[in-house]
Design a protein around this ligand. Structure first.
Ligand code: TRP
Length: 371
């Protein structure tokens, strides 16, 4: 089941500019033809915790990318970011995947979607640029992104060929098709979609070595762009493209439940939050603890409802055995919400202190990505 902010029919389309929240991922996969990740992901030489825990839950054509990795063939990872505010743990989910693929040998393409933000949102260009560098890029570097083999670019400053391609692609898309994929679509959204197609296909342009497997890690809300781009890839005549692959991840909920959103500072922890503020956000976060101690001891926590446990699972506890222990103790009622929060606070303090130190160093390395 999906809840959409827009008044469109969720049975038919996803709005990549709306605020999609999915409750049943199996249902979404069925509906849109996304394949389950498990069997394909298992063939990778390394298993990131996002794979082990079903956080990256689905894919299209990812098998091709796995084959390239296992045969030491060339492959690329492409993704884009909308510079919307502070860099938080929701954004870290994508950054961790970039670094994972980089370590597996990928060439990386990272687009700052400033054209998309300009035409679909009310955002100032200078402010976007600053956010993209000071928030996104600097945190990527602090998390471990290496400048080697990375193309970090602004959509507004793409190559002439990239710009031309984003327009040529319009020839291969019908109005019926965009309406089937997106529902109601404005010129600004059409431009954003075609620009994103150029982002995703760019790793296969002649100047980047021609056709190769490409993986695009996205949230499910971006699937319409993936589908459209795959169709364009198969129809384009002047050069061959391999249909780009995509993986789909679950979104972490906001700290109060509901959606995590850059416009609601209490819904997220930014990687630049002062440690004390971040810990206070944990204190106030929604848990699955029961109303009374007796009830909690008897029924155990409702883990599904607990965003603090979610933060541990997504980001703060990498060791599966340890996470399972916490899970079992908490869901049996042996562990209380306050105790769970204490674990989260200890891990978070640790992480943020180290990260913020690395961030200070990372600032000096930003230029290596911008040249
Ligand atoms: N539309 C994406 C967003 O809203 C940003 C984006 C632009 C993107 N180009 C991309 C994502 C290419 C994946 C691949 O966040």
């Amino acid at each position: 089941m999906m809840h959409m902010a827009q008044d469109q029919d969720p049975e038919e389309n996803i709005d990549p500019w709306g605020s999609l929240q999915i409750e049943d991922y199996a249902d979404t996969m069925d509906q849109f033809g996304i394949d389950p990740m498990e069997k394909t992901g298992e063939k990778l030489p390394q298993q990131h915790r996002y794979l082990r825990r079903g956080i990256v839950y689905g894919h299209r054509d990812f098998g091709r990318v796995v084959d390239a990795i296992n045969n030491d063939g060339p492959f690329a990872m492409m993704t884009g970011l909308m510079p919307s505010g502070e860099f938080h743990f929701g954004h870290k989910l994508v950054a961790d995947q970039m670094i994972f693929y980089q370590e597996l040998g990928a060439e990386l393409f990272i687009a700052v979607a400033d054209v998309e933000a300009y035409v679909t949102r009310d955002m100032d260009t200078d402010e976007m640029r600053e956010l993209a560098i000071d928030q996104y890029l600097t945190n990527y570097i602090a998390l471990g992104l290496d400048p080697e083999n990375v193309h970090f670019y602004f959509q507004s400053e793409g190559s002439p060929h990239y710009n031309a391609m984003s327009k040529y692609f319009s020839k291969h898309v019908t109005q019926n098709e965009v309406e089937a994929v997106y529902g109601d679509i404005s010129p600004a959204k059409t431009v954003s979609a075609l620009t994103q197609a150029a982002d995703i296909l760019q790793p296969q342009f002649a100047e980047h070595g021609g056709p190769k497997p490409v993986v695009v890690p996205v949230g499910t809300d971006q699937d319409p762009h993936i589908r459209l781009t795959r169709d364009i890839a198969s129809r384009f005549k002047d050069q061959d493209f391999i249909k780009p692959a995509a993986t789909y991840h679950k979104f972490m909920r906001g700290l109060q439940g509901g959606k995590m959103s850059s416009s609601k500072p209490n819904s997220y922890i930014a990687l630049t939050d002062p440690v004390d503020e971040a810990l206070t956000k944990i204190d106030r976060a929604k848990t699955g603890g029961r109303d009374t101690l007796e009830e909690h001891r008897e029924k155990g926590a409702d883990i599904e409802e607990d965003v603090v446990f979610e933060l541990l699972a997504f980001h703060l506890v990498d060791d599966d055995d340890r996470l399972r222990d916490i899970h079992d103790q908490y869901s049996s009622g042996e562990m209380l919400s306050g105790e769970l929060k204490q674990i989260a606070k200890d891990e978070l303090r640790n992480f943020l202190e180290q990260h913020q130190e690395k961030r200070a160093d990372a600032k000096d390395r930003v230029d290596a990505f911008l040249s």
